[in-house]
Design a protein around this ligand. Structure first.
Ligand code: PEP
Ligand code: MN
Length: 218
């Protein structure tokens, strides 16, 4: 979820790489519900991610939260993530459209498929055709998971769009024990990939520990 320290990211990166991961996603700028929660290490976190790339050869994805920090984030990221809460931040989308980097565009937690695809259009219309959509669960009435993974949207995206779509079962489930099944189900739906949170010591994680897999589970 979040970059916490150099040791933490290097340890997780080494184990997920060994398991076959191609891209390493960690947040340096974290959009948190509470302003009193850990907000990420900022630039220091980006430097630790650069170290991960240098030591493991893994490509780096990391979230950009605002236009002000875009230049900084895109300097370090191979892929820039726009999170759910910013899916309709149109000035941020336009800035991402000017970027050389591919954009990982997460679905807003209450966004329709059309709204999501139109958000992607903002990026494309500004000159950047390289977008990866990411389904991360939508808000529903259920209490047995953090969000409800909308698996059928994978099929709908395949029908409506040429863009690749990956699935983030971690933020959909919110709990570790649902992740493996949801990831397999995403593959069955034809998703182009999955993004899964892993932590070397989830009990001590500064964010999203309950949904983070142990390295050996990944
Ligand atoms: C994340 O992927 O780090 C994240 C905060 O997820 P989301 O934007 O889907 O809530
Ligand atoms: Mn997270």
């Amino acid at each position: 979820c979040a970059v916490e320290s150099e040791n933490q990211v290097l340890s997780i990166a080494a184990s997920v790489k060994k398991a076959g991961a191609k891209l390493f996603r960690g947040g340096a700028f974290k959009p948190r519900t509470s302003p009193y929660s850990f907000q990420g290490l900022g630039k220091q976190g980006l430097l630790f991610l650069a170290k991960v790339r240098e030591e493991t050869g893994l490509s780096i994805a990391t979230e950009v939260m605002d236009v002000e920090t875009f230049d900084l984030v895109e300097k370090y990221a191979d892929v820039v993530q726009i999170g759910s809460r910013n899916m309709q931040n149109f000035s941020l989308l336009r800035r991402a459209g000017k970027s050389e980097r591919p954009v990982l565009l997460k679905r807003g937690m209450a966004a329709t498929l059309k709204e999501w695809l139109m958000a992607a259009e903002y990026i494309m219309e500004n000159g950047n055709p390289n977008i990866i959509l990411c389904e991360r669960g939508i808000r529903t009435f259920v209490r047995h998971s953090r969000n409800t993974l909308d698996l059928s949207v994978v099929a709908a995206v395949k029908k409506e769009s040429h863009l690749p779509i990956i699935v983030d079962p971690s933020h959909a489930a919110g709990v570790r024990d649902q992740i493996l099944s949801l990831a397999c189900a995403s593959a069955a739906m034809g998703a182009d990939g999955v993004m899964i949170e892993v932590h070397n010591n989830p009990e001590e994680a500064r964010s999203d520990g309950e949904q983070s897999l142990y390295p050996e589970q990944f």
